[in-house]
Design a protein around this ligand. Structure first.
Ligand code: MN
Length: 429
């Protein structure tokens, strides 16, 4: 059965906890979501509809959103959807109501000290220009009811925007909040230009119901909670500072201004607030990249056991990859493939399948007992890095790969050996 692509529908299935009373838009949402836990539904003071938070902060919820029972199955599903998107199913529009305070009603939320203003963080930008449609996630710094500034990294939306600007036009955009996590994951993945991410979501969800947005006629997931029609204008304004995935303040940049034409909400939908640097932020950004690393490394080693973009690195800069080897050189090839699969990756540790990639202590143990720097280290100087890394000036970074796998035929001295007869392996730390 096709999905309406709404967050409300997903929350009904996944279950959630309702927060009583109203949550303050200034730092109150931060305090609420920083507490972690499962999906929450709450009302930000002044907003005309509820919002969800911590929806997919747990990996199991991501798997649930993708209808998968393991990471490998979810990666495969996402990769297949990216290469084989499905058509959208057009339906009639739901009854939309006008949001009286425009972007503020989305709702706009102030998260941390030192940021440039209140933000929208779960905002999916849908744009079609000259026959190419694109959906991608971009934060919006809200300057007023009808004005925002949008961080547009130089990828596909940027390209459509530049083409429009080159023709002396503003780019028509439809901004939606409160969509199914599969739609967010599709929008956060990077299929080639020309593959519409809503089609990727349609493949993930077994069909995606959309309607034509009221002003621009852009396809909108039928269950979206908030729909904003606007223009990514030729005017620019300072955007930021903003706390990004690494938990550091991203710098101020001159970015395109968003001018709002009309803002609506769906009374049967909910909006969505993603806590910057929170687990949900990391999961939504990182999971599609894990899939790409998994695919790239799978091409060069017999089997990839697990891939993790680690939470401490913003779910972005560091990876731990557990592999099975046929040859002791396989781990170094895995390192090179991982850098190719996720260009923002900075440090990668490759381990054997007996290491728990979710346990930094286990990974450190592998480095302590299986790694020699003169033999097992790969250093790539001055490669393209991530703009999220404050220590990478101009985006140049030095990449580091550690082969901490146990050698083939390495013998018993490489094995975990805190065993007791009849009990097997005992955790002693
Ligand atoms: Mn795209």
């Amino acid at each position: 059965m096709a999905s309406d692509g709404g967050l409300a529908r997903f929350l009904e299935a996944a279950g959630f906890e309702r927060v009583e009373g109203e949550v303050e838009p200034e730092y109150g949402v931060t305090m609420l979501l920083a507490g972690g836990g499962g999906p929450l539904v709450f009302r930000v003071r002044g907003a005309p509809l509820d919002a969800g938070g911590n929806v997919v902060s747990a990996r199991e919820r991501v798997l649930q959103a993708l209808g998968a029972s393991s990471d490998a199955e979810a990666y495969e599903k996402l990769l297949r959807a990216m290469s084989s998107p499905e058509p959208l199913r057009f339906t009639g529009a739901p009854t939309l109501r006008e949001a009286p305070r425009g972007l503020l009603d989305a709702p706009a939320v102030r998260f941390y000290e030192g940021e440039g203003g209140p933000y929208l963080t779960a905002s999916v930008f849908i744009a079609c220009w000259r026959g190419v449609c694109n959906a991608s996630v971009h934060r919006v710094m809200v300057k007023g009811e009808r004005v925002g500034v949008v961080r547009v990294v130089p990828r596909h939306l940027w390209r459509l925007y530049r083409e429009a600007v080159g023709e002396g036009r503003d780019l028509p955009v439809t901004v939606v909040l409160g969509v199914h996590p599969a739609v967010l994951l599709a929008a956060a993945s990077s299929p080639r230009l020309g593959v519409f991410e809503l089609g990727v979501a349609s493949a993930l969800l077994g069909g995606l119901e959309v309607y034509e947005s009221p002003v621009h006629g852009n396809p909108v997931p039928a269950g979206a909670g908030v729909v904003v029609e606007g223009w990514l204008t030729r005017e620019t304004a300072p955007e930021g500072p903003f706390v990004d995935a690494t938990g550091t303040l991203d710098k101020v940049r001159e970015q395109p201004a968003l001018r709002v034409e009309a803002a609506y909400y769906n009374p049967d939908g909910v909006s969505h607030v993603i806590l910057p640097a929170g687990r949900e932020h990391l999961m939504l950004m990182g999971f599609p990249r894990e899939a790409q690393v998994w695919e790239a490394v799978s091409r060069v080693v017999p089997r990839v056991h697990a891939v993790r973009l680690t939470p401490a690195s913003g779910g972005w800069l560091h990876a731990v990859i557990a592999i099975e080897k046929n040859h002791d050189g396989d781990a170094k090839n895995a390192i090179l493939a991982a850098f190719a699969g996720h260009p923002s990756l900075k440090h990668v540790v490759v381990v054997s399948p007996d290491i728990d990639v979710d346990d930094p202590g286990d990974v450190e143990w592998a480095i302590a007992t299986r790694f020699q720097a003169d033999r097992d280290l790969v250093v790539v100087r001055e490669a393209r890095g991530s703009t999220l890394d404050p220590s990478a000036p101009e985006g140049f970074t030095t990449k580091l790969g550690l082969d901490a796998t146990k050698p083939l035929g390495g013998g018993v001295e490489y094995e975990k050996a805190t065993r007791i007869p009849g009990r097997g392996l005992v955790r002693v730390r």
